[in-house]
Design a protein around this ligand. Structure first.
Ligand code: ADP
Length: 500
């Protein structure tokens, strides 16, 4: 029976504006957003300039230095964040549809992101009121306490793969700690971020505490990273841009956290059930069409099961239902933009030229509904060599490369043979070996016999060129605070270090 697609209920034909100092305002021009599912114009959004970035920074500065937010109690900030989380839940379906239309991801993934974002605000709302700081015993008559305070104005630049979730990861801890924020979403995917800030506005957030500037990275993002009025910059995106941000932050040595790319290994030993491992490998690489910084993009397989694994994984990859994210039957959507789509197709050509064996995919997805969208079939390369570009570079698309190993030492060597160190996984029934391998893998997020579980309670970030610092968990809150020691002399008498 032919399925007719239910039209999305969410309204996109409306004003999409910047949010500066508690007001929704126009930018200097407009930008057409393209629906990656059909290549057509989805809607127009306002676009900001360096002037808007400057106005937003000034508003955030004033809100931090003079406004009520910094002086608010943790319980007041928590109450606002809980309220926001409830609003996200109330609007979850509308937000999920928006995310799908803007990014291309299947609805089931967008729904998951919305629930996760609400949970992130709740986690930090809860954490805001929990004990922080401590006292240390010093010689009487002094008492000393170590306290945490907000850093100040936080610049936050986020990418296009998880717009709502990345906004939550940035805003929730920053606000819980009492900072003010200037947030810049990706120029490709600002819609859910604008809706989020509309919901925040409804919650009664004081003006200037959160500002959203829309626009291009070099035009709007860079001035935020450079500004001496900004105390911290948090960035998620490519290594290339991360290096630009780190450099720009030197103007006033602002605090920097960077969550950058990955080329994460998923190591499979032959003692593990092969069908289950194949199932996880598909999940590791094809979620969000591989546009995930922690994607399991290198599947490192023991030689004894290699050929069977490749065959089974290819058979299942071919069955993945590629289509518009808004179709509830879709399992994998299009890539986010034409430029990303072209970039991934170029990498596939590179892989072929380098001599890797294309096992499946490698092509644009064909079909009535798919011709105009940015779809690429789930792709697998085997017979790879360690120094190939497709093995070393982050493709950020539905392209898995298979690497073969013969013993545990080689598995670890291959897993660590990367400039990145974001995530890694090992699949084996031997718990001692699992522990050894995970300890040896140089990455910040690891799994044994699993992939992709992400918890708001646990630190997120990478070793090596995958970034600086950690988001989420208590580490994420720490990254939005300064540490101060307070020494109180209870019996001040003259110190008489110098003669009278
Ligand atoms: P990608 O290459 O995957 O699109 P980027 O790292 O370029 O990822 O983009 C992530 C975010 O960084 C986006 O919001 C983008 O606008 C922003 N950005 C890109 N270039 C710069 C720059 N030079 N300075 C500041 N922000 C930038």
């Amino acid at each position: 029976m032919a399925m007719t697609l239910a039209a999305p209920k969410v309204k996109v034909d409306r004003a999409w504006q910047l949010y500066i100092d508690g007001k929704f305002v126009d930018g200097g021009s407009t930008r057409e957003l393209i629906n990656p599912a059909d290549g057509k114009v989805l809607c127009k959004v306002q676009e900001g300039t360096a002037k808007h970035a400057e106005a937003a920074i000034k508003a955030a500065r004033k809100a931090f230095d003079e406004g009520p937010w910094r002086k608010s109690t943790a319980a007041e900030r928590a109450a606002l964040l809980f309220k926001l989380a409830d609003k996200i839940d109330e609007h979850a379906e509308e937000l999920a549809e928006l995310e799908t239309l803007n990014c291309g991801k299947p609805l089931r993934e967008a729904r998951f992101d919305m629930a996760d974002a609400a949970q992130c605000f709740r986690y930090y709302a809860g954490l805001a009121t929990k004990p922080n700081g401590f006292t240390v015993e010093v010689p009487a008559p002094s008492v000393t306490s170590i306290v945490r305070e907000p850093i100040g104005v936080c610049g936050q630049i986020i990418p296009w793969n998880f717009p709502m979730l990345m906004a939550a990861w940035k805003l929730a801890p920053a606000l819980a700690a009492g900072n003010t924020c200037v947030l810049k979403p990706s120029e490709f995917t600002p819609l859910t971020v604008i809706r989020l800030v509309e919901l925040l506005d409804e919650c009664g957030l004081p003006p200037g505490v959160v500002n959203v500037v829309l626009g291009l990275g070099p035009e709007v993002g860079l001035p935020i990273a450079e500004s001496t009025l900004v105390d911290k910059i948090a960035f998620t995106g490519s290594v290339k841009t991360g290096k630009v941000i780190a450099q720009a932050a030197l103007t006033n040595l602002k605090k920097v956290t960077l969550e950058l790319g990955g080329k994460s290994p998923m190591v499979v030993f032959s003692d593990f059930d092969i069908d289950t491992a194949v199932d996880y490998a598909l999940f590791a690489i094809y979620c969000n069409a591989g546009q995930v910084c922690s994607a399991g993009s290198r599947i490192v397989v023991e030689d004894k099961i290699h050929d069977e694994f490749v065959k089974k994984m290819s058979e299942r990859a071919k069955k993945i239902k590629v289509g518009p994210g808004i179709d509830p039957e879709t399992e994998m959507g299009p890539l986010v933009s034409e430029s990303q789509y072209k970039r991934v197709l170029e990498y596939i050509e590179v892989g072929k030229k380098e001599g890797a064996k294309l096992q499946c995919g490698g092509t644009k997805s064909e079909g009535k509904e798919l011709n105009e969208g940015f779809y690429i079939n789930p792709t697998i390369f085997s017979d790879t060599k360690r120094d190939m570009r497709i093995v070393q570079e982050e493709i950020f698309g539905p392209v898995a490369v298979i690497q073969k190993f013969s013993d545990e030492k080689e598995a670890v060597d291959i897993a660590n043979d990367s400039a990145y160190g974001l995530a890694g996984a090992v699949f084996t029934n031997d718990i001692t070996r699992a522990n050894r391998v995970i300890k040896a893998i140089r990455a910040g997020i690891t799994w044994v016999n699993g992939y992709h579980n992400t918890y708001n309670e646990c630190p997120w970030g990478g070793y090596k060129q995958s970034g600086w610092g950690r988001e989420l968990g208590t580490f994420g809150l720490d990254a939005y605070t300064e540490v101060k020691q307070v020494n109180i002399n209870l019996e001040p008498v003259a110190v008489e270090w110098f003669q009278k």
